[in-house]
Each structure stands twice: as structure tokens, then as C-alpha cells.
Design a protein around this ligand. Structure first.
Ligand code: NAD
Length: 291
């Protein structure tokens, strides 16, 4: 397929490279990052979109998406599809979907999980929102960039699934980290806690797959000095999106709110920026009750 790819950063560049490797013809644009090998550089976002059957965006947030969408949609041929893989607020995804519909274009929101490693390996999970027809049209591209595609519902449903998942992830990471810090103070060996919890009712992905304790469980960012992985500031972004969505939908999410506040303090007031989100464990290790 002919693809326009806008936003070639940490995630977008390897995703575009995988499309090229799968035989698609990709024209790319980014305001700062260079095009990866095999991607034909365009002079503007609109130029990247002009001849494309599908335009993919992988951008920082909903405000940038809205600006880029307004720029590229007039350049897109009717019945082509705008496929946004960024993580943005549900409201922004729905607004772009509506504008695309009015312009005779398809729209799919397909935020990802799997991070930079998953983007490079082509093993991302896509959570897709859009019509059956639009999702079917972009499916070959999603299959070239990922391993699992879940069609979650109408436009915006992909973003809704993503922020619900990451709210659970943020909350369980904090719970796992504070449990390790409590075990330390109780004189319980971390490996023993891992052995029990990983096969008991406290089990979670944060314990068994991405353990925040160095030297315990499979290799994780904790074994690499807490270099990300998934950076604390990206977790904060997703927790803020979850809180914005909860406020708009009048949903009570007290644990999500507390997780957002803890990650805000960690990133903005402590040493969390640039560290993996599992570096909450050394944070709790140093702190005291009420401290
Ligand atoms: P990034 O900052 O590395 O990449 C974003 C790119 O967009 C940058 O290269 C930037 O120059 C470009 N850009 C900004 N404004 C632009 C514009 N107007 N026109 C063209 N290009 C523009 O970020 P990333 O880590 O690649 O993340 C991209 C998206 O994926 C974000 O929404 C993020 O939340 C989401 N995400 C990231 C990860 C991760 O682990 N990095 C995991 C899942 C989801």
C-alpha cells in the first residue's frame, strides 16, 4: 500500500521501517526526526499525505494530532483512511474522527502497547477504534507493525481501552513497589515475596513480567539501572488522560487519581523524569510513613 507516515520519533521510526520491510511504499514527515532508511522524505505533512491510501500519525499528544489532521485531511483523496497510532485523549480522537467523516475520509484510532522494543520487533498490540470497514482497510498495515490487533469498537474506543489498561498498570506498579518496600522493612527477602506473589492472588504483569526489584524475576529495566523501558513521564501522561476521561464521563476512579498524583510528584518534584516507571521501588525504599 502507499502510506504517508507523520511523526517518526522513538515509536514512529521503527514502525515505518517495519512497513517498508513488509513491502509497503512509505513517504514520511517529521518536524525534527530524520526518516529511517527506505522511507521517502516529504517536505511537509500534507505532501506526505497527498498520494497515500492510508496516512499514519504517531505524534506526542491530542493537540498536535488535531493540528496535523487539519493540515493533512484537505490533501487526502476521498475514501482514504487516517490511522492515528498516538496515545491521545478520547475527546481528541472522536473530534478528528468526526472531521474525517465530514471530509469523506475514514478514521481509525489504534494506540499501541509494547513500547519502543515492541515497535522495533513488530510485536505491538493495537487497540483499534473505528468502523469494521475502516479497520479492515488498515489491518494489513497493523499486521506489519504488530502481533495482536483488537477491534475495540467505534472511533475513540481504542484510546478508551488504552487508558483503562494503563490506569491498571500504573496502579498495580505502585502496589507492587510498595509491597516490596514493605517486605524489606519486615525482613522478608524480595525473592521469596516474588516466589509467593507470582503464583498467588497478588500476581500481576508488574510482578511476573516486569518486576521492579533488580535481580528478581525475568530481566526488566530494574536490572538496567531503571533506564526506560516505559518512562515515568509517559505513565504520567497516560494517567492524566485517564483522569481527564474519567472527569468527562463522571466516573469515580480514586486509585487512578492517586496513581496520577504519585507519578506527578515522582516526575515533577523528585528524580523520576527519564527513569523507568518501575523506579517507584527505589522511591518507596527511601521514604518513610507519612514522608
Ligand atoms: P517521540 O517524541 O519520540 O515522537 C513524536 C514525534 O512527533 C517526534 O519525532 C516529533 O518531532 C514529531 N512531531 C511533533 N510534532 C509534529 C508535527 N506537527 N508534524 C510532524 N511531526 C511532529 O514520541 P514516541 O515515544 O515516539 O511516542 C509517540 C506516541 O506514542 C505518543 O503519543 C506516546 O504516548 C505513544 N506511545 C509511546 C510509547 C513509548 O514507549 N515511547 C509506548 C506506547 C505509546
Amino acid at each position: 500500500m502507499k502510506v504517508g507516515f507523520i511523526g517518526l520519533g522513538n515509536m514512529g521510526a521503527p514502525m515505518a521501517a517495519n512497513l517498508v520491510a513488509a513491502g509497503h511504499s512509505v513517504t514520511g514527515f517529521d518536524v525534527a526526526a530524520p526518516c529511517p532508511a527506505g522511507v521517502v522524505p516529504a517536505a511537509s505533512a500534507a505532501a506526505a499525505a497527498a498520494a497515500a491510501e492510508v496516512v499514519i500519525t504517531m505524534l506526542p499528544d491530542g493537540a498536535v494530532l488535531a493540528r496535523v489532521a487539519a493540515e493533512v485531511m484537505p490533501a487526502m483523496a476521498r475514501e482514504t483512511v487516517l490511522l492515528d497510532c498516538s496515545t491521545v485523549d478520547v475527546a481528541a480522537a472522536r473530534a478528528v474522527a468526526e472531521a474525517a467523516g465530514s471530509a469523506g475520509l475514514g478514521f481509525v484510532d489504534a494506540p499501541v502497547s509494547g513500547g519502543v522494543a515492541g515497535a522495533a520487533a513488530g510485536t505491538l498490540t493495537f487497540m483499534a477504534g473505528g468502523t469494521e470497514e475502516d479497520v479492515a482497510r488498515v489491518r494489513p498495515l497493523l499486521e506489519a507493525m504488530g502481533r495482536r490487533i483488537v477491534h475495540c469498537g467505534a472511533a475513540g474506543a481504542g484510546q478508551a481501552a488504552k487508558i483503562c489498561n494503563n490506569m491498571i498498570l500504573g496502579v498495580t506498579m505502585i502496589a507492587t513497589c510498595e509491597a516490596f518496600a514493605l517486605a524489606d522493612r519486615l525482613g522478608l527477602e524480595r525473592r521469596k515475596l516474588f516466589d509467593v506473589v507470582s503464583t498467588s492472588s497478588g500476581q500481576s504483569w508488574t510482578m511476573t513480567t516486569y518486576c521492579p526489584a533488580p535481580g528478581v524475576g525475568p530481566q526488566s529495566p530494574a536490572d538496567n539501572g531503571y533506564r526506560p523501558g516505559f518512562a515515568a513521564e509517559l505513565m504520567l501522561k497516560d494517567l492524566r488522560l485517564a483522569q481527564a476521561a474519567a472527569a468527562a464521563a463522571d466516573a469515580e476512579t480514586p486509585m487512578g487519581a492517586l496513581a496520577a498524583d504519585l507519578y506527578r510528584r515522582f516526575v515533577e518534584e523528585e528524580d523520576g523524569r527519564g527513569r523507568d516507571f518501575s523506579a517507584m521501588l527505589p522511591r518507596f525504599e527511601r521514604r518513610h510513613r507519612g514522608g
